[in-house]
Design a protein. Structure first.
Length: 260
């Protein structure tokens, strides 16, 4: 995807009033173990294939990158990135509400801090929150561990504060730049790493027909669909959602949240 051009946000494939930064540290646990462990090892998480680093805090949710729909079956997950935006996020919320659809909003920490009223509306409408870092640096996977943890944990705190106490349930790395370290740090805070199967390319504003046709052609790839409410004019995204959501229902698709 094309990089962001918004001021104050690092250029990247995906996508501030800055909030008070978190000063939490991610230290390795000493002799403590996860709840339910009896032999000094963390309690295994059902279905997890990744092997946690024992020197890091143990994951409390699956640290594998999620793609599937929680409901299973013929369902899709709508995910909305790079907001919240005071103009476009409410318009996206309106389209979702008109179609009876809930989505997962992957938020930039400083954006959430700047627009708490929008974050709270996202939550009030029954949608879920996702941590999308502070700076949206798509080179996260080449950065030191200390940088990665600060980007994730500071954004988490900004989003939680802006929401009135609702924690993000997922972590989406900018541009998909996950590392085993960042996935475990997020999962240790209860945030499942979140990928995508369908990139609608809406960020590039290719035109509503192209966004719609891209989604339709890529539906066989899997259920998690990527749209944007931040990073510029998202009028094409709003128009595409108005067309796509009813069409998906007509094709027999339901709407879900990603697995946790």
């Amino acid at each position: 995807m094309a990089g962001l051009a918004a001021a104050g946000v690092l250029a990247g494939v995906w996508t501030a009033q800055a909030g008070e930064p978190s000063h939490r540290t991610v230290a390795a646990p000493a002799a403590s173990t996860s709840a339910g462990a009896s032999n000094g090892a963390p309690t295994p998480i059902p279905g997890q294939t990744s092997v946690p680093d024992p020197k890091l805090p143990a994951p409390v949710v699956n640290m594998d990158i999620a793609h599937a729909a929680a409901t299973g079956g013929r369902a899709v997950n709508i995910t909305i990135d790079d907001g919240p935006d005071p103009v476009w996020t409410p318009k996206v919320l309106q389209v979702l509400k008109e179609n009876g659809v809930k989505a997962t909003f992957c938020m930039i920490g400083p954006q959430a801090a700047a627009h708490p009223e929008v974050v709270r509306q996202v939550v009030a409408d029954g949608n879920r929150l996702c941590d999308h870092t502070v700076s949206h640096n798509t080179s996260m996977d080449h950065m030191p561990d200390s940088y990665q943890s600060k980007e994730i944990l500071d954004a988490e705190q900004m989003i939680e504060k802006a929401s009135g106490g609702v924690k993000p349930m997922y972590y989406r790395a900018p541009g998909g730049a996950f590392t085993p370290y960042s996935r475990q740090i997020a999962a240790s805070q209860g945030m499942r790493p979140l990928g995508w199967n369908i990139d609608t390319k809406d960020f590039d504003r290719p035109g509503v027909p192209t966004i719609v046709s891209t989604l339709k052609s890529e539906l066989p790839n899997g259920p998690t669909i990527l749209f944007h409410d931040g990073g510029g004019n998202r009028g094409q995204t709003v128009a595409a959602l108005k067309e796509i959501l009813p069409w998906l229902r007509q094709q027999g698709y339901g709407f879900s949240f990603p697995v946790r």
